[in-house]
Each structure stands twice: as C-alpha cells, then as structure tokens.
Design a protein around this ligand. Sequence first.
Ligand SMILES: NC(=O)c1ccc[n+]([C@@H]2O[C@H](COP(=O)([O-])OP(=O)(O)OC[C@H]3O[C@@H](n4cnc5c(N)ncnc54)[C@H](OP(=O)(O)O)[C@@H]3O)[C@@H](O)[C@H]2O)c1
Length: 217
Amino acid sequence: MTISDSSVAIIGAGNIGSILAAEFAAGGQDFLLAGRDADVARKIAASLNGHAEAVSVDEAVQRAGVLVIAVWLDDFKQLIAQYGERLAGKVIVDPSNPVGPDGAGGYHKVIGEQESAGQILAGLLPAGAQLVKAFGTLSGPSLSAAARQEPERAVLFYAADDEAAGGLVADLIRSAGFDPVQVGGLDQSIRIEMFGDLHEVGALGRVVTRSEALKAI
Ligand SMILES: NC(=O)c1ccc[n+]([C@@H]2O[C@H](COP(=O)([O-])OP(=O)(O)OC[C@H]3O[C@@H](n4cnc5c(N)ncnc54)[C@H](OP(=O)(O)O)[C@@H]3O)[C@@H](O)[C@H]2O)c1
C-alpha cells in the first residue's frame, strides 16, 4: 500500500477502470475494486496478485477515502446523486471525458464547448468532498503502454483546487507508473479533457515527459 492513511477504491470495472487496476497493482498500490457486475470485478481482482479486493459499490464508498470513479459522465452524475452526503470528506478522482459517439466513427463533446466535466461534477458534490481531475488524458492503450516508461516517466496531468487532495492523487499517479504534473485548479480541467490543449486527443496529441509537459503548460 503506498497511500497508507487513505484507502483507495476504483468504481467502474470497464476499460479504464481495469487498466488503472492493473497499473495500480503493478505499482504495489492496494485498492478496492467495485463494478456493477460483481463477477467482472472479482475476476479482475483475482488476477492482481492480492493488491485488489472486489467489493460492492456501497462498500467501496463506505471504506475508501479516495474514490476513482471510472464511469461515463451520466453514470458519474447518477452515482453522485445516489450517494450524496456519503461522499462528504472523500477525494473523488474524475477521469471522465465528456464525449459520446458522433455517428461517424468518432467522438464529439456532449457538454458546452467551454464547459468541463470536472467543473460540472465538482459542482454536484456535497460540501467537503474534493474532486481531482486525473487519469483521463491518455487513451486506454497509451495508458497501458506508457506506464513505468524508461528512462523518463510519462506525464499524467491533474487539476485540483485542494492541495491535500491533489497531493494524494499525485501519489496515486506515481503508483500507476507516471510522473504527476498539476495543470492548476479545477478551472483548468477543460485543458486535460478530450479535445483540450493538454490531452492526447487534443492539441498535445501524444504522450509527453516532464520537460515537454512544462513547455506545453
Ligand atoms: N476508454 C478510454 O480510452 C478512456 C480514456 C480516458 C478516460 N476515459 C473515461 O473513462 C470513463 C470510463 O470509460 P471506459 O472506456 O472505461 O468505459 P466502459 O468500458 O464502458 O466502462 C465503464 C464502466 O462503468 C461501469 N458503471 C457504470 N455505472 C456504474 C455504477 N453505477 N457502478 C459501478 N459501475 C458502473 C460500467 O458497468 P456496465 O458494464 O455494467 O455498464 C462499465 O463497466 C469515461 O468517462 C471515459 O470518458 C476513457
């Protein structure tokens, strides 16, 4: 366990949830894993050398201080509505990109051009919950390929208003095998969401290391 005083959970055992689970485990990070389908979460957890414990979403919310919610934006909103005050005091990690299929094989943004999922979701949380935008800047395949990259680690950007919450998530980014670079507060979320200037599917267009990241910021 690398974040010792605040247990970590991943909620959502789909594409990004399962990739993050594998990278956390590879970095020695213990965590809870909750999917909608308990069998899927159990199967993933069983392959991760004892680093993951499959639990229900209810149990993850109850036990963990840091919740990585790896679901689509509408499901994320629904989870916040469902758990409400039970999220107070938690760090909520948001990897979501506010996009949907454009009908032509690509994606388009499903919220206003100037809006970010990070700010929308933060506005729905109860007082005392801290949202940190992280883990959404790379596609799943890039996230897998670039973890623990040598000789220089690849960067994952994050945005946070609360310094302590941001610090915890920076540690989690290190556990996943990346170099954390803070882009600013949550008002900068839009830059690290899909089509943003610091996103792989945006102006940046690729995986970067720290020196390249600092120039791009
Ligand atoms: N895929 C990527 O390359 C990528 C990269 C960066 C960020 N992201 C972002 O990550 C998020 C997830 O994307 P994804 O590709 O991982 O999607 P996905 O493969 O469809 O996985 C989403 C998962 O969320 C689960 N889920 C939905 N509501 C839930 C709930 N209430 N409780 C527990 N689990 C719930 C779904 O379960 P069911 O199967 O039962 O519906 C599914 O397993 C999105 O916001 C996306 O924008 C994706």
